[in-house]
Design a protein around this ligand. Structure first.
Ligand SMILES: O=C(O)CCC(=O)C(=O)O
Ligand SMILES: [Fe+2]
Length: 221
């Protein structure tokens, strides 16, 4: 049945265009530039609203991480939706796959349609306000399929996003706004790290979806 009003079923122009492909290629050729593509305003207002409303019902948890023998809850909450066989060992924690909610799944299909960006799981992070954050890391877990890109979609509050070269420590700062899509191309997780720093002035909540492609049944093998 057609879902009127949420914008996910509209026939929008297919992407990427030849110009987009050239931009990506230029980034790959320039070894000093972080290999990402940023698409501002990828989601329209209706799509953002549909996801923000849906996210209110996600079963978010705040797992404890053990650092130097002491356990601390992570400074954000999260949930992992994925296909069967796509459990994820993420940042020292084993997270079981929950079934895809309606609009998260629509967004997954939109990314396939617009960018041929295949994924079989999405990690949703919720930063209640600017006191919540994510430290420096790369999404280079063994179960992530080699050569796959990670698509990150922001909703709600605008937040700064840091990218840093592992070797040169050269840093790029992006401000991600509601509806923006950041595609982190494959080599980015190998040679670069990223982080979402605290921003004490931010009082609103930010939701972030990162779509990933995992090797199916990696943890059953
Ligand atoms: O919230 C963000 O923009 C970053 C999320 C992230 O890096 C991750 O989930 O691995
Ligand atoms: Fe990440």
């Amino acid at each position: 049945m057609k879902q009127a009003g949420f914008g996910f079923d509209e026939q929008e122009p297919l992407l990427p265009t030849a110009a987009d492909n050239q931009t990506v290629k230029a980034l790959y050729d320039d070894k000093s530039a972080a290999p990402y593509t940023l698409i501002r305003g990828y989601l329209n207002q209706a799509q953002q609203q549909a996801l923000l409303i849906e996210a209110k019902s996600y079963p978010m948890t705040r797992p404890e991480l053990t650092v130097y023998g002491k356990s601390h809850p992570i400074p954000r909450s999260q949930v992992w939706f994925a296909d069967k066989g796509c459990d994820y060992f993420y940042s020292g924690l084993f997270i079981e796959a929950l079934p895809w909610p309606r609009y998260a799944e629509k967004l997954r299909l939109k990314l396939i349609r617009d960018y041929s960006l295949m994924s079989n799981g999405v990690l949703v992070n919720c930063y209640r306000d600017g006191t919540e954050s994510m430290g420096w890391h790369s999404d280079d877990e063994k179960e992530i399929e080699s050569g796959s890109d990670i698509a990150s979609v922001t909703l709600g509050a605008s937040r700064d996003f840091f990218i840093r070269n592992k070797l040169t420590k050269e840093k790029t700062v992006l401000t991600l706004n509601s509806g923006d899509l950041l595609i982190m191309h494959w080599p980015m997780q190998q040679h670069w790290e990223h982080a979402l720093p605290k921003r004490m002035r931010v009082k609103q909540t930010r939701i972030n979806y990162t779509f990933r492609k995992l090797i199916v049944d990696f943890h059953q093998a």
